[in-house]
Design a protein around this ligand. Structure first.
Ligand code: PA5
Length: 461
């Protein structure tokens, strides 16, 4: 049971555009200093694998919600860090197509992660509203998308069940323990609630009640997920800096970024792991894309994470990756043992398209495709690393979450930016609130004026 990190093909011998091991070794002391500073500060999320209280509160609430056996559907209303981790862990660990056929005794789970009216209307139309439980997740308690989704669904449920009091029983709100509009709502209106610790930011919160409640509702092995995360936290804190795989992975990415390879492709070769790449994209982009360095200087730094899924995207993006601009670093997420094995049957007719497949399994084919792509990229001089999960279970998913969070924190330190804020997102939120007439009058005036003065270049066809 382990997460293996193979960095071999990140390095070249100096004959191509890949990093040399010497350049990497020269940069290691800088990375070791970043790691030491990080460990001295020890952010709260690093210890989440051993924080039993969140699991306890989620277990208790999940039992209450599922007690009478009437809940057929469960909907997570949240966005960004309050949705992506849940979607990733469900895709990785819950029954595939759980929205049609969930595990026995468990509800179907939906995570819209959007306020697209067509999408929400379809959910409203198809959910059995009187037999659905809603988990509203917002750490800040003021996010427009989550607040509006909540109002839309609460109103619909109230109509379906006949009273506000009955509707309230079908909602659990996950938010800050003391601050924000949603906490006030829980205190004043009696909604059941769970907590997001104030010291843990949205995209680092999957191992708090943000993710653990969904995990318990889905009947996943939440305890093992926490144990996997705790193991990575412990091992990476106790090893030497030069043996820390998250530090090495992160340092190589930052060195490449400094050379102009700013596109970081996360490439799972397992369909169940595809949404881990969405979770990673947010973590890497929102944490590392920053205008200011910690000393206040303007730097506009940050990598562009890209999701690709193998083998699907071999037929979509690999042409670009092999022959296009040499501005990318690749991380293959390899699954060593798939849960299932499917043999390709003997061909019913001899054909060059079929004969070589005889005696092979789909497992052999996926791995041959992955390795083939890896080799082709390496031959083209492109830097590649491999993150191998021995199997796809809760323990390994917990390991993956913690590994990537730690790597992100290290990358932030190396880039000398603050990986835990998101001022660029806040600016958009304020502008949207201003346009909706929710305060920020001065900003609203500025935006309207600039829209009116804009030179328009619009075309139609
Ligand atoms: O990582 C983050 O902080 C963000 O992506 C948030 O999770 C997202 O903006 C939602 O915020 P909140 O949970 O406060 O509603």
């Amino acid at each position: 049971m382990a997460l293996h990190v193979d960095l071999t093909s990140l390095f070249g011998s100096g004959s191509d555009a890949r990093l040399t091991r010497t350049a990497f070794a020269d940069a290691l002391p800088r990375a070791a200093a970043v790691r030491e500073a990080h460990l001295n500060q020890r952010p709260e999320w690093r210890g989440l694998g051993t924080r039993e209280e969140f699991l306890a509160e989620c277990r208790k609430r999940a039992k209450e919600v599922l007690a009478d056996g009437t809940v057929e559907a469960f909907v997570v209303l949240g966005i960004g860090g309050s949705a992506l981790g849940n979607a990733a862990l469900l895709a990785a660990l819950a029954p595939i197509y759980q929205e049609w056929s969930p595990a026995s005794g468990r509800p179907k789970i939906f995570i819209p992660d959007s306020v697209d009216p067509d999408w929400i209307a379809a959910l409203l139309e198809n959910l059995p509203l009187d037999r659905t439980h809603f988990n509203v997740i917002s750490k800040s308690g003021g996010t427009i998308e989550t607040a509006s989704e909540f109002l839309v669904f609460f109103d619909a449920v109230k109509k379906a069940v006949g009273s506000e009091e009955e509707a309230k029983k079908r909602f659990t709100i996950t938010t800050d323990p003391a601050q924000g509009h949603f906490r006030k709502l829980c205190n004043e209106q009696g909604f059941a609630s769970l907590t997001v610790p104030p010291g843990v930011g949205g995209r680092f919160s999957i191992l708090t009640s943000v993710g653990l409640f969904t995990s318990e509702i889905a009947g996943l092995d939440t305890q093992s997920m926490l144990e996997g995360a705790a193991r990575v936290d412990r091992n990476l804190a106790e090893c030497l800096p030069e043996e820390d795989p998250a530090l090495a992975w992160s340092l190589a990415h930052v060195l490449y970024l400094e050379q102009g390879k700013n596109v970081h492709v996360h490439f799972p070769y397992s369909h169940r792991m595809r949404l881990l790449a969405d979770w990673f994209k947010q973590l890497w982009a929102e944490s590392l894309g920053k205008k200011h360095a910690v000393d206040g200087s303007v730097v506009h730094r940050g990598p562009t994470p890209v999701k690709a899924v193998g083998p699907t995207d071999q037929h979509s993006q690999v042409q670009l990756y092999a022959e296009g601009p040499d501005d990318k670093v690749f991380t293959f997420l390899k699954l060593r043992d798939f849960a299932q094995q499917i043999e390709v049957p003997a061909p019913f007719v001899s054909s060059p398209a079929f004969d070589h497949l005889h005696g092979k399994t789909l497992n052999d084919i996926v791995e041959a495709e992955r390795l083939g792509t890896e080799v082709a990229l390496c031959d083209a001089g492109r830097p590649v690393s491999i993150l191998e999960l021995c199997k796809l279970d809760a323990f390994h998913v917990g390991q993956y979450f913690m590994f990537m969070e730690i790597a992100t924190a290290y990358a932030g330190g190396l880039l000398e930016i603050d990986p835990f804020n998101q001022p660029g997102v806040e600016a958009g939120k304020v502008a949207a609130l201003a346009l909706l007439g929710a305060g920020h009058e001065g900003r609203a005036k500025e935006i309207r004026q600039s829209l009116a003065e804009r030179d328009l270049f619009r075309l139609s066809c």
